[in-house]
Design a protein around this ligand. Structure first.
Ligand code: SF4
Length: 153
């Protein structure tokens, strides 16, 4: 069965978001994939060693900084490397990642000024996944992802 890597906060079942909140994906196709055992969940930030909850962090260039001023680039990088490792280990067909995150964002990220300003960009894990050759969809693009999966079956 072709597998799909996905952000763990979309997959649900374990609280991993920085704010302790939950954002489980409810699209019926995503739930069907989950039921089939097609989804491989990962939270790059937790895999990078960060606690939940944790301070809001944003990416600027290759650096990720918490709102407290602490440089968390090393943890974010470690989590991104883990995401690529898992994607390769499971030979995933593609990834579905949570939009806007400094790790998982695939279209936009916050600009690093902590002023609620989004800019076109991608999170560190998504950048490394794409560099490794994996296609990445945002959770709002499940139907596009499903159409792509059909072309692979
Ligand atoms: S790093 Fe990704 S999986 Fe983890 S909480 Fe943030 S968006 Fe979700």
């Amino acid at each position: 069965m072709l597998k799909i890597l996905t952000s763990e906060c979309l997959y649900g079942g374990r609280v991993v978001r920085y704010d302790g909140g939950e954002v489980p994906e409810t699209h019926p196709t995503y739930l069907k994939w989950k039921e089939e055992g097609r989804l491989i969940p990962i939270c790059p930030e937790v895999f990078g060693g960060l606690p939940t909850p944790r301070p809001d962090s944003q990416r600027q260039g290759d650096k990720v900084t918490a709102c407290t001023g602490v440089d968390v680039t090393a943890e974010y990088t470690k989590g991104a490397v883990e995401a690529v490792r898992l994607a390769k280990e499971n030979d995933v067909a593609f990834c579905i990642m949570k939009q806007d995150s400094p790790s998982c964002g695939s279209k936009f990220i916050y600009d690093g000024t902590f002023t609620d300003t989004k800019v076109p960009g991608q999170g560190l894990a998504v950048e490394m996944l794409r560099d490794a050759g994996f296609k990445v969809f945002a959770e709002e693009d499940i139907e596009e992802a499903a159409a792509y999966l059909e072309t692979l079956l």
